[in-house]
Design a protein around this ligand. Structure first.
Ligand code: ADP
Ligand code: MG
Length: 131
């Protein structure tokens, strides 16, 4: 997912280009906006964390670009492409190093396991939107 601040800054095209150039195939793509209730559900695993409220408000603050991506070793390779959660710690050449504003507003989301990728994909897309 390309997060609201990166969308508002006009980075969507460049981020998508980096993703496709890295060998990921688009299975699904959607321009949409989460309600606070939806953002809260998407990030439910973090509900006990101090930053949860801020995270939910931020993720509902504007449109996002949601995608399902396919590649061998996709979860690990995508996390490598996006870089560390905190852009100050993200490696050169990563999406977060280039586009993230802060640890909270860090430009992109990536699933952390195949299991969660399936859950998060189903959150945004019906089976008829996955090719
Ligand atoms: P990642 O997105 O790298 O998997 P996490 O799953 O740990 O990172 O956190 C989810 C999201 O919550 C982060 O991408 C970021 O937007 C936000 N976040 C994480 N840690 C903090 C923090 N300490 N302060 C503010 N926001 C945070
Ligand atoms: Mg995470």
């Amino acid at each position: 997912m390309i997060k609201p601040e990166a969308m508002a800054a006009g980075h969507a095209g460049k981020v998508l280009d980096m993703i496709l150039s890295a060998g990921f195939r688009l299975v699904s793509l959607k321009y949409t906006r989460l309600s606070e209730a939806e953002a809260g559900k998407f990030y439910e695993v973090h509900k006990e964390r101090g930053f949860y409220r801020e995270l939910v408000e931020y993720m509902a603050s504007g449109p996002v670009l949601a995608a399902i991506l396919e590649k061998d070793n996709a979860v690990q390779d995508f996390r490598k492409l996006i870089g560390s959660t905190d852009p100050a710690e993200a490696a050169e050449g990563t999406i977060r190093k280039r586009f993230a504003e802060s640890k909270a507003k860090n430009a992109v989301h990536g699933s952390d396991s195949d299991e969660n990728a399936a859950i998060e994909g189903a959150f945004f897309f019906t089976t008829r939107e996955q090719y």
